[in-house]
Design a protein around this ligand. Structure first.
Ligand code: ADP
Ligand code: MG
Length: 435
């Protein structure tokens, strides 16, 4: 039996009640993370919150603990949390259930690809906390299976994704049908001015909590890039696998087709990789995620389906086989590693025409990404910028002697200016990158 002494006092000081402290003790959460420390007391006051914190820093518990605590056990569906993917709905509910263990507060996930009948059945049990993807939530609201008239708290996880063009209309439709007054809590690791403006349309004088301090990526991720010709990506990947022998990896591709093709190639070479993308049936998606969570699969080849929110312990490597077009996506992809203080390595493949894309990423994350090279893989020099003969004047990063062939490990980062704290004029984009 637990005594009060074993309960996490630091959470108690934020206003968390004993039943939830017990659950937290069981989860071995002894100290709140920074975003939890900042958000929990404000949320418990009932205020709207727009919260920003880096990937893997506990935003789920930051919005879930206060919401759970404010639930009235006598009433159904008081919290509606919307997330961008089915996998994230499943994961958030799993965390919410652990946080609510022993409290009598129930939660269910609703998402596409699962039988409507199953979900009708689950909702029939009158859960207090519903986590869903927008399409399915709208569908169930339309069928009057999901009654939102009792919703007192609405949450958007990954708010910038939820308010971007793909989901925006669905979100507007759903939120407009929720009763007022209610509390609205939105979180993400990346919230730009445009999203901030849009988000505020749904909020009343929100507390804007940003604990990311202009550093969007986690310090513990060792970020590098590799120059590669498009046709040569697979050979580079092989060199990386040989050199790094990664324990647990997600390889990101930009399309389902590319993910499928790459997985086939890896299989042919005896690498036990599994693909996950939107073309697979839901059952298959869930099985793959489940095996990956249990570390029964060492390599996942994924589309951006897996880039947001997915929390699998001890992912050692993120490989951007295709550089993401949207720099924010980069932040989320590499955020699958180095979660809650652990380390990790992110390696991005950059082809000759993607230099400016990498620069955009560096501007967003306010950091230079160092070049790495791997034993047995030498990228062909660019025709207009020979590597051997450095031109006079400002040097391109491609001219830096960064090859550390002896160890095969990533080369030391090229000399760079002191870490830049703010964007704008202080940010000096990488010069001369012509790839
Ligand atoms: P984010 O949404 O910010 O990316 P998550 O909410 O997915 O991060 O949390 C990342 C991991 O950290 C999860 O496995 C979660 O269970 C764990 N975690 C969250 N808060 C704490 C805490 N206070 N102490 C220990 N682990 C925590
Ligand atoms: Mg999250």
């Amino acid at each position: 039996m637990q005594t009060h002494r074993d309960l996490p006092r630091a959470f108690a000081e934020l206003g968390v009640d004993v039943p939830f402290l017990r659950a937290l003790a069981k989860m071995k959460f002894s100290e709140p993370s920074e975003i939890q420390r900042a958000m929990i007391p404000v949320a418990l006051e009932g205020r709207d919150i727009l919260g920003q914190a880096r990937t893997g820093t506990g935003k789920t518990a930051a919005f879930a603990i206060p919401a759970l605590q404010m639930v009235d056990p006598a009433k159904a569906c008081q919290v509606l949390c919307l997330v961008p993917t089915r996998e994230l709905a499943v994961q958030v509910v799993a965390e919410v259930r652990r946080l609510a263990e022993g409290t009598g507060v129930n939660s269910v996930p609703v998402y596409g690809g699962q039988k409507v009948q199953t979900q009708v059945h689950l909702l029939g049990r009158k859960p207090h906390f519903v986590v869903g993807t927008p399409g399915r939530v709208m569908d169930l609201m339309g069928r009057r299976v999901l009654d939102v008239s009792g919703v007192r708290i609405s949450i958007l996880d990954e708010v910038d994704r939820m308010l971007d063009i793909g989901f925006r209309d669905d979100i507007r439709r759903i939120l407009s049908q929720l009763p007022t007054p209610r509390q609205t809590v939105f979180v993400s690791a990346t919230i730009d001015d445009e999203i901030r403006r849009l988000a505020k349309q749904y909020m009343r004088e929100p507390a804007e909590i940003d604990v990311s301090r202009d550093e969007l990526t986690v310090e513990e991720v060792d970020q590098v890039y590799c120059s590669v010709e498009r046709y040569d990506k697979y050979r580079l990947l092989q060199a990386i696998l040989r050199t790094e022998d990664p324990k647990l990896t997600i390889v990101f591709c930009n399309t389902k087709h590319a993910a499928r093709k790459l997985t086939k190639k890896l299989h042919a070479d005896g690498v036990d990789a599994k693909e996950i993308h939107g073309d697979l049936v839901q059952q298959r998606r869930e099985k793959v995620m489940d095996h990956f969570r249990k570390h029964q699969i060492r390599m996942l080849v994924a589309t951006d389906l897996a880039s947001r929110g997915i929390d699998v312990s001890a992912i050692s490597h993120i490989i951007n086989y295709d550089l993401p077009v949207d720099p924010q996506v980069y932040v989320h992809r590499i955020g699958r590693t180095a979660r809650m203080g652990l380390g990790g390595r992110a390696i991005s493949f950059v082809t000759r025409d993607e230099g400016s894309q990498l620069t955009q990423i560096e501007k967003l994350i306010n950091k230079m990404v160092a070049e790495a090279r791997y034993d047995g893989f030498t990228p062909s020099p660019m025709p207009d910028e020979p590597m051997a003969t450095a031109p006079a004047g400002p040097k391109s990063r491609y001219d830096q002697p960064v090859f550390s062939g002896a160890t095969g490990k990533a080369a030391a980062p090229p000399p760079m200016t002191a870490p830049r704290k703010t964007l704008g004029s202080k940010f000096r984009p990488a010069r001369g990158r012509r790839r």
